[in-house]
Design a protein around this ligand. Structure first.
Ligand SMILES: [Zn+2]
Ligand SMILES: [Zn+2]
Length: 138
């Protein structure tokens, strides 16, 4: 593992959500974009980093769940932001068992699942929703 790769893993580990390339560069690893990109490809191939596409097809990177915790994503289809999203353990268990049953019927053995929720983030929902008229209190 080179220092550059360790620095990248550090940046990803300290974020609470998957980061896009500009966000990674902003966090000052001191690496050039080409070198960040090259190292991310290596880390992805090594199974340490997971790449996901947000709604606008921007790649975002995070550490694989083996190194973090099981979670889901809230993906905004308007601004492309991605947030980590943990569901209550009970809900996740029932999702998992439903998926297991369905997959088993197709002879598929489930190891994990990825479930991303697509919609509008708080900021974009507020922007698209007409402001409620304030009720005057006299
Ligand atoms: Zn948004
Ligand atoms: Zn889950």
């Amino acid at each position: 593992m080179t220092t550059n790769r360790l620095a990248l893993l550090d940046v990803l580990a300290s974020a609470r959500r998957p980061l896009s390339m500009p966000e990674i560069l902003d966090r000052g690893t001191g690496l050039a974009q080409s070198s960040v990109y090259r190292n991310l490809v290596v880390l992805e191939q090594a199974g340490v980093v997971h790449r996901l596409l947000s709604a606008n097809d921007f790649a975002r990177y995070e550490l694989v769940e083996d190194l973090t915790e099981h979670h889901h994503h809230l993906i905004c289809e308007s601004c492309g932001s991605v947030e980590d999203f943990e569901v209550p353990a009970r809900l996740d268990r029932s999702v998992r068992s439903a998926l297991h049953d369905e997959a088993a019927r197709r002879g598929f053995t489930v190891r994990s699942h990825r479930l991303d929720v697509v919609g509008l983030c708080r900021r974009c929902s507020n922007a698209s929703r007409p402001r409620p008229r304030s009720v005057g209190r006299s």
